[in-house]
Structure formats: structure tokens, C-alpha cells
Design a protein. Sequence first.
Length: 307
Amino acid sequence: MPSPLHQAFVAILRRHECALELARRLPRTQGSLPDYPSSFWREVEAEFADPANTGALRHADLALVAHLDGDPSKPALAGLLFEPQLNRDPAKVYTWTFYWAALRIRHQCAVWEFIISPDDKVVRWSERALKGEVSTICVCGREQVPPVLDESDARDNLPWAAFTAALHARGPHATASARVVLDICASLPVAERRCYLELLVAGMSEKTMNELQTTKLPEPIKWELTEYERRGAAFGHGFEAGQAEGHRDSLLIAIEARGLTLTAPQRALIEACDDPQRFDHWLRRLFQVDTAEALLASDPPAQKRSE
């Protein structure tokens, strides 16, 4: 099951201003991705039938496709895939290239894929493993993505600032980059800043957490950091309650990004759920429905599934 840090990376990238900023920073050696307006891009289904295992499905973490004027009835212009990777996994080299080919075939367009890791060793391993593979699959770590250390820059694109802080959570800029995001979060509603705090805490070292706790942070932020750290420990030990909460938060953020409105009973249904298969089912259906009622109307089908 995906870790809370993995889920937090996916959640922040679902705020498209962060994903598109990463795409705009594409290295020149990887080909030139046209700078289409953000309104052209939409999240699309990222589940594909496994050609090597009949009946099995493989699911990329996040896929975006651009259409002219943002109209899905018009031909696709380009596709983007995003895959946070926290550990070395030799099998992933083949699934990454499979996702790239599958999205390219499905939408008949050029595709760029980003492998993202805050771990320098995983970045170097991924670069070696992908050597000679598809040139538009890019590996991104803290050496490729500078931290946002200026508060005015962070305010211009807070999701991007939080994303860079998470990539640098174990590096020399860990405290400074996190502090910039936390200072801005203090002025946000609690529900809105939850995504940023969870992303930061999920990858933060104890040393960085202690350094932040001794700085002059607003009291609500200090309290919330402690609370998220406590829950992060539960995540790290694989407690089911913590795992369910990570799924739940990702789903709620994705629903918000889709512009769907939840009634109180619908939100209560999601809050009460602790079934990972049902969360996965809802996330997949999110891109096939236009209302929250339709999203929550069915149970996941019984099928063989491979992550």
C-alpha cells in the first residue's frame, strides 16, 4: 500500500499548478514541451490493462492530457505522467515505460513522464536504470529542482513551494524551505493548509522537526505540526487508521480539485470509510462522473488488480 509521503506527493501534484510548473522546468535534453495554458490540461484515467498479465490492471499515479481550448472532444496535444518513487524497485523501470507507451497510444500524442524522489540514492538509481530508455522520461530530485526560499515566490505558487520543500526535506535547505511554506500556511484555513502540512511532515527528519519547533512559528502551526508528526509515526508503522486517513485526504483533495460539491452525508460516508479498495475505486471514478452523487453510487468491482 502506498506510504503517506507517496500519497502526499500525488495530492500536491493534483493541484495542477505544481505539476505544470515541474513540466515547465523540463530539461532541454529531454525535448521541448510546448507551454500550453493551464486551462488546456485535465486529469485523465491512468489505469491500463497489463499486457503481460491477463485480467490485471496497472495504475499510474497521475496523468494529465492537454486538449486545444481544454475541449476533450478535440485531439490531444500532449500528455504528462507523474510517478513519485521512494524506494529502489527494479520492476518499476518496466512499468514506467509501459505507462508512457500506454498513455501515448490511448491519446495519440507526445507524452512526458516524471519520476520524482526526495531520496538522492533513489534518484541516482532511477537515472541509471532508465539509461537508454525513453528520452522523455525524466528523473527529478532535489538536485534538479531548487528549493523556494523567498516568501514572495512561495506566495505566487504555494503548491510548488511545498513540493520543493518536500523534495529537500532531507537536505541542507530542509528547515529554510519548510519554514517559508509554514509561515504562509498560518494565514490559510485549516482545511486548505492540511495538504501542505502533511506533505512536509511525512518526509521530514526528526532533526528538522525539532529545529522548526524551536523557531518562532504561529502557535496553531506548532500544534498542528506536532499532531501531524504523531500521526506520521502511525503511518510509518503501517497502522490501518493512518493508512485510511492518507487515502481519505487524497480523495477529498481530488474531489475539491474536480470542483464537485459534497453534502454532509456524502462527506460523512467518506470520513467513515477505511477500505483502501473503495478509495481506489472512487479515485478512478472521479474522472468519469460529473457529480458527487454519481461518484459514491457504486461499490468497487471484484477484479484482479496489480499495483
